[in-house]
Ligand binder design. Structure first.
Ligand code: ARG
Length: 453
């Protein structure tokens, strides 16, 4: 019997059907169906014979799905209905008992929680792999100087190791965000039924243990309406992809002829269909270009959840596409970033030539005056005047005479020229977290220790 006297409109069916998106949840759906039916038997809600028939059918369904020979039907609306239908075909009347004390509302929340937990853990590991690669590249270029930039103008010299470690710390935080998402997904929704709990003496703790959950969602209403764990995973993906976009953008700049700081391996470059000389950093560009799509998925799921009345609403079916595409996208981006960076090479000469632009010693001259008693705001003005004298006469700062320096401040003496030793500007940055080599070496050790956690 059906409640309805008319068939569904095919256009509505096309809109409603989520199978093409949610079919990838099948391993989780099979696992939870096993755990649920085992619990039903343990509690005496179904017989052991029924459980055995259901499990035998689930084994077959699992094989069919894994081998791509599952007989999907045009009227399977989602993976949950398809699996239940097939189990019933294979197990006979026992199959009809698999959905005892279960609703698709707690079922889909459980499948998604399992998916999010698995993938959050996997992505945390992938983030760590990339962080370790960057750490190794940093170690190999410990004392290679290049300019640090603000406003994309040369600002102060730093070591390449220091610059790359900035990304390592971003990734350390990203790994933490994925681990957080995994913990948020580590409580079992199943057992909530449609929303109110079920009319059977179930054992949710047993199911949780079976599926490896740390606990059980305490409120049945929250269990079916919560998608925070999906938002948390998307948040982790969004921040990570924004980080990768900055890395990608710098690689695009650094591999340009204008910078010439870096060269990608052929394996991670593309040519041009027209210009034979081109070696393009498409991988860096794609790290940059993929980020808004991932951030868009986060914004979209917030939109789905916004003002949604409790409990389950079909709007929630829209959660999966955003989660799956974000996970797929950041996963391939992480592997690509790793491949590109572990095979790239840096050009020491070009970086160091750019870092020996004497204008980037201006702050150091100002600090030199501060150490001789001038208030910083005054010394900033003095050095601005010196830079102007140099720029207007088209000379380097070090070619100004001592008289010219002293024309700006009586405090100057011969020792000001020592500042123009490039390593002096770097090695003077001794503050904790600064670019002086002893600090960078400490930082490398610190990052290694954190990554081992
Ligand atoms: N395909 C649905 C989803 O992804 C499964 C849950 C359907 N529940 C319902 N009450 N219609 O959300």
């Amino acid at each position: 019997m059906s409640r309805f006297s008319q068939p569904q409109d095919p256009l509505f069916q096309a809109l409603d059907r989520s199978l093409d998106v949610d079919r990838r949840l099948w391993p989780y759906d099979v696992a939870q169906s096993r755990a649920h039916s085992a619990m039903l038997a343990a509690q005496g809600i179904i017989s052991d014979a029924d459980k055995t028939a259901i499990h035998t059918a689930l084994d077959e369904v699992e094989q069919e799905l894994a081998q791509g020979r599952f007989p999907f039907r045009a009227d399977d609306v989602d993976i949950h209905m398809a699996i239940e239908r097939r189990v019933t075909e294979l197990a006979g009347p026992a199959g009809g008992k698999i959905h005892t004390g279960r609703s698709r509302n707690d079922q889909v929340a459980t499948d998604l929680a399992l998916y999010v937990r698995d993938h959050a853990v996997r992505l945390a590991d992938q983030v760590e792999v990339l962080a370790r690669t960057l750490l190794d590249v940093a170690q190999r270029h410990l004392d290679w100087a290049l300019p640090g930039y603000t406003h994309l103008q040369r600002a102060q010299p730093v070591y390449l190791s220091h610059h790359l470690l900035a990304y390592v710390w971003m990734l350390v935080r990203d790994r933490e965000r994925f681990r957080f998402a995994a913990r948020q997904a580590d409580v079992l929704p199943l057992g909530a039924g449609a929303l109110a709990g079920v009319n059977f003496d179930t054992d949710r703790t047993l199911v949780a243990r079976d599926l490896g959950f740390a606990g059980v969602v305490p409120n049945s209403i929250d269990a079916v309406s919560n998608r925070d764990f999906a938002l948390d995973l998307l948040q982790a993906c969004a921040v990570l992809s924004t980080h990768l976009s900055r890395l990608g953008a710098e690689i695009v700049l650094w591999t340009s002829s204008e910078f010439g700081f870096m060269e990608l391996s052929d394996a991670w470059s593309s040519g041009s269909s027209l210009m034979p000389q081109k070696k393009n950093p498409d991988c860096g560009e794609l790290l940059r270009g993929k980020a808004p799509r991932v951030v868009g998925h986060l914004a979209a799921l917030h939109g789905v959840m916004h003002a949604l009345p409790l409990t389950y609403n079909k709007d929630l079916q829209e959660d999966k596409e955003h989660v799956f595409d974000a996970v797929d996208t950041v996963s391939v981006c992480l592997d690509a970033a790793n491949g590109m960076l572990s095979t790239a090479s840096f050009r020491r000469q070009a970086m160091s030539a750019a870092a020996s632009d004497e204008n980037i010693a201006a702050t150091d001259i100002a600090d030199w005056l501060v150490k001789r008693g001038l208030p910083f705001r005054d010394s900033h003005g003095v050095v601005a005047g010196i830079v102007r004298t140099a720029v207007e006469s088209d000379r380097n700062l070090s070619s100004l005479t001592l008289e010219e320096f002293r024309g700006h401040s009586e405090l100057f003496d011969e020792s000001i020229y020592e500042i123009f030793q490039q390593s002096a500007w770097l090695e003077s940055k001794v503050s904790l977290g600064g670019t002086a080599l002893p600090r960078v070496s400490e930082q490398l050790q610190q990052a290694r220790a954190v990554l081992d956690l």
